[in-house]
Design a protein around this ligand. Structure first.
Ligand SMILES: [Zn+2]
Length: 157
């Protein structure tokens, strides 16, 4: 593959996924809206790209749990969504970029997930695939990610 690729619209398509070292948390994008509001998008990466990935029930249960519990800690959570490659998630906050603040929020939310005894909204009323969950797999992934918190800001391999 050429290293002389054209610049693409999507920020992460311009990231060399061979040159990063997971797990990490980085600012992927900052959008300044016409009325002055700021949206910051964080790349919350659990797995080394093209080496490992999360299984879908873990992805799904982390998504549900994080989306619900993060809002107990912060009122600027706009979205938390999985990457299609199953190596991490995007967290969007309505605030200026603040990697330490984001890491505190992520850590507190992960602690909630480790204490949880069920996945929020894992049923056919509140979810599009209610049986497709694994709290155990979600907790395993989050525990492993949390253990490496001191290297989350070290993005490059
Ligand atoms: Zn769901």
């Amino acid at each position: 593959m050429s290293d002389q690729r054209e610049r693409m619209n999507v920020e992460s398509f311009n990231l060399d996924h061979r040159a990063v070292h997971a797990p990490f948390v980085r600012v992927a994008d900052v959008k300044r809206l016409p009325h002055g509001d700021v949206l910051t998008k964080y790349d919350v990466r659990f797995c080394q790209p093209n080496v490992e990935h999360l299984e879908m029930p873990a992805v799904h249960s982390i998504e549900h749990s994080f989306a619900e519990y993060a809002r107990n800690h912060s009122d600027v959570v706009v979205d938390f969504s999985p990457m299609g490659c199953q190596t991490g998630f995007y967290l969007i906050l309505a605030s200026e970029p603040d990697i330490d603040g984001a890491i505190s929020l992520i850590s507190a939310t992960f602690q909630d997930i480790l204490r949880a005894t069920e996945v929020p909204a894992a049923n056919e009323v509140q979810c599009g695939w209610g049986v497709h969950h694994s709290l155990e797999a979600a907790q395993h992934a989050v525990r492993s990610m949390l253990k490496q918190r001191e290297v989350w800001k070290d993005i490059e391999a």
